[in-house]
Design a protein around this ligand. Sequence first.
Ligand SMILES: CC(C)(COP(=O)(O)OP(=O)(O)OC[C@H]1O[C@@H](n2cnc3c(N)ncnc32)[C@H](O)[C@@H]1OP(=O)(O)O)[C@@H](O)C(=O)NCCC(=O)NCCS
Length: 196
Amino acid sequence: MIGDSIKTRMATKDNDISLFVIKEQDITPQLDRVIREMLVVCFPADREYFQRQSFWHSPAVYRVIGKNDKSSIVAHTAIVERNVIIGPDLLKVRVAGIQGFCVLQDYRCTGLSNKMMSAAMDEGSRRSLDAGLLFCREQLEKVYNGMGWRKLDASVYLTDDKNGKTLIPSRNITMFYPLNAKQLPAGDIDLAGNDW
Ligand SMILES: CC(C)(COP(=O)(O)OP(=O)(O)OC[C@H]1O[C@@H](n2cnc3c(N)ncnc32)[C@H](O)[C@@H]1OP(=O)(O)O)[C@@H](O)C(=O)NCCC(=O)NCCS
């Protein structure tokens, strides 16, 4: 039940926002539809993709959702769990991968994105994950920096059916959030699958 998983309530200038952590198996078809509607608005370039499905390349394990006092969804992120392989010793690190991180325009610059990220990483910590890992455009580095994320300089490889193992697209930077691991082992990062 969504009502059982409420995490945080916060007041913005116009609304009380409640944040919920929801396991993927508890996402109903109706909730999936409204999440897709929000993703279409926040990621217009990927409109056609998000009209069909509410996750990127990898299915989520849990999500954080912000609802306003009318129960409309105004903030969303989905989290994948993945064992990535790092460095020459091929060390396995279990990460929380962030995808679909967005806040509706009217609710931006209110601190909501910060609270949503905290809820997502608290849940990652509760699940004993080692670290958060996300990919974003360079211009968002400052936004995520403010939430405790740090840019990584490692080479990051993904594997997909079409191209095999390749570097992640060069337009993206990789950022890290400490959970169980205060830093990552040195070396290249193999995502052991597609990016998320
Ligand atoms: C990214 C996003 C969730 C940030 O939410 P937010 O509520 O604006 O975040 P904050 O209030 O913490 O903003 C912090 C700062 O980042 C800036 N900022 C926000 N989005 C930005 C962007 N896309 N590019 C550059 N700067 C941005 C804000 O202007 C603000 O700057 P300031 O502190 O100097 O005033 C929101 O802009 C969004 O939903 N964007 C569309 C979807 C998206 O691009 N998601 C990221 C995928 S990796």
